[in-house]
Design a binder for this molecule. Structure first.
Ligand SMILES: Cc1ncc(COP(=O)(O)O)c(C=O)c1O
Length: 400
């Protein structure tokens, strides 16, 4: 099959017989052994497995405290609650994210204020500074696609001191100036969903250097109780409840999987980086494709590889590129539609023009497959498909 063969969307033979997903978890025998050992330990929730996972996470991210929770969305909820944010408060965030980021603000009756992104696709410090009002209580930046946000630049641009939460669902294993993602913001939240760098099936964590915030998050994860079941032993059976929490705990089985997966994090990020480097090189000569930014001093964890399509130079709009890739058996996708333009947010005042750079990019992004077990031949298929779609689209653009 050559570049000039008709693409599958125009009746040609699809490049792939087996669909290629955009992301996929990786489980090894050591993970299974670790989970089985947890099952045999007699403790299915709480206990040493949770503490071990939290210590390993904190050590890897060079941060004082890690609190493991049920998923990355809950991690955001608890981070916002732990900062004492409540109804009517404003929290500045980005439209270029999964909806969970802004939902954490909305859920507690606070107001998400959408600032624009910069060249790095993370929040633009100047845009954030302009969005600060007397009601602003925090900023939630998103380490989009695995690139850590420049938190120091955000803080420097702000007219007054405000806490910064980094939604690091994409960035475990990334770094800035040698400092790991997770140690850069006041609170960093993680997700261990299966497509992420490490997985616990579902799962998440909050990372912070602040012992008071960590303690609050621990209590919120456990119904606001003053002690955990592990601590209520012997004569210490009484407890009080000092805040409105819930059950947001991770199980010991998930924690055991997380600890095992975390041991391979550096290898996983190295493999992801290699695939990203190869994409950069292979896509360089296709007109109308811009590869992800690589700002100096920051190393991405390459959770995602989202390219930007310039419709005029490539020959067709982004939606057609995704449709055509999917017809070839390549499960390209979009991360993300601009959050403030989703129906839920439009009903709350979200309008086009709020964040022009993010809105434009959200119309042009295509996430290409990237995961460690992906082979060079899988990657060749993706690039061949893009070349073929471009050749077909460009020819049609000329004749129409
Ligand atoms: C940027 C971002 N924030 C938050 C989340 C929520 O994480 P979880 O799916 O673990 O709830 C995700 C999940 O994909 C995400 O990509």
């Amino acid at each position: 099959m050559s570049v000039t063969s008709p693409p599958a969307i125009a009746g040609g033979t699809p490049i792939r017989e087996q669909p290629l997903p955009y992301g996929r978890h990786q489980l090894e025998e050591a993970d299974i052994v670790s989970v089985v050992a947890a099952m045999r330990s007699g403790t299915l929730t709480g206990g040493a497995a949770i503490a071990d996972f939290e210590h390993a996470l904190a050590a890897r991210c060079k941060v004082g405290h890690a609190v493991a929770v049920a998923n990355g969305s809950v991690a955001l909820d608890l981070a916002v609650l732990a900062l004492g944010i409540g109804p009517g408060d404003e929290v500045i965030t980005t439209p270029l994210t999964f909806v969970a980021t802004a939902n954490a603000v909305l859920r507690i009756g606070a107001i998400p204020v959408f600032a624009d992104i910069g060249d790095d696709r993370c929040l633009d410090p100047e845009s954030v500074a302009r969005a600060v009002t007397p009601r602003t209580k925090a900023v939630i930046t998103v380490d989009y696609s695995g690139l850590p946000s420049d938190v120091a630049a955000l803080k420097a641009a702000m007219p007054r001191r405000l806490p910064v939460i980094a939604d690091g669902a994409h960035s475990l294993g990334a770094s800035q100036g040698g400092r790991p993602a997770g140690s850069l913001a006041d609170i960093t939240t993680l997700s261990f969903h299966p497509v992420k760098q490490i997985t616990t099936g579902e799962g998440g964590a909050c990372l912070t250097a602040d012992a008071v915030i960590a303690d609050r998050i621990r209590k919120l994860r456990n119904h606001g109780m003053t002690s955990t079941a592990d601590e209520r032993v012997g004569g210490l059976w009484k407890y009080d409840v000092t805040m409105l929490g819930d059950n947001h705990r991770l199980t010991a089985l998930q924690a055991a999987l997380g600890t095992s997966q975390l041991r391979r994090l550096d290898d996983v990020v190295a493999e992801r980086s290699e695939i990203a480097d190869r994409y950069d090189a292979m896509l360089a000569d296709i007109p109308g494709i811009r590869v992800p930014p690589r700002p100096a001093g920051r190393r991405s964890a390459w959770h995602l590889y989202p390219i930007e399509i310039d419709p005029d130079a490539f020959g067709c709009e982004r939606d057609s590129v995704i449709d055509a890739l999917r017809a070839e058996g390549i499960e390209a996708t979009l991360h993300y539609p601009a959050v403030h333009l989703l129906s839920l947010y439009r009903e709350r005042g979200g309008v086009p023009g709020t964040a022009p750079r993010a809105e434009r990019l959200c119309e042009r992004l295509v996430t290409l497959p990237l995961y460690p077990a992906m082979s060079a031949s899988d990657q060749d298929d993706v690039v061949l498909a893009l070349r073929r779609i471009h050749a077909w689209a460009a020819a049609r653009a000329v004749t129409s």
